[in-house]
Design a protein around this ligand. Sequence first.
Ligand code: SF4
Length: 214
Amino acid sequence: MKRNEFNAKHPRTTKSLKEFVISYEKSLAPDVYEKFLNSLDAEIGNAHDEIMALPPGPARARKLQELVEEEIRKNSKFPSTCSKGCSACCHLEVEITNYESEILTELLENGHPIDKDRLKSQSRRELQDPVWKNGVRNVENQCVFLGADKACSIYDQRPVMCRRHAVTSAPINCELPDGKISLCYYPRVDVLIVAASEDPDLRVGPLAKMILFS
Ligand code: SF4
């Protein structure tokens, strides 16, 4: 399989997986590169089948979350410096799927406490609204699920986007406007996300909008 065939077959490939695929093209012989793309294609297909075997909705979201967790656990070459209470990334825009939105909506319906005014105000923002860049300690940017103890109040149910965000640089750098941040990159996590995104019933959007309007 050539790169253009791979891209055509997987139009929802993440930006980071695209870059990963391009980076290998430069270092592998053409026949080896084709085999590499074939194997990525097969991995996406296998993961897609595994996820699609479940009914649309929370079951598919939980399967993806489980596969992503397993992948990160198995392939974590460098220990992440993220820890409970360092919550800078919980002040950034988070995108979730409609299936994850169902999980979170159920939690809210069952009385999980959040700041509903902040949820409404965040839901009025456009995707990638510049206001998200206005400081990681701006309370208006704080995720509604971040607890007063600066820990995620829905840790076991948190979206995939939160699970895959693992930093290896010093935590203080996440707080600084120009802090240099290094992130762990797990290519197979991208493979799993692409596989899940090829579900025709799946939609993705900003957390607050998805909870209130999806
Ligand atoms: S869901 Fe949890 S981990 Fe994700 S941004 Fe919100 S508080 Fe942070």
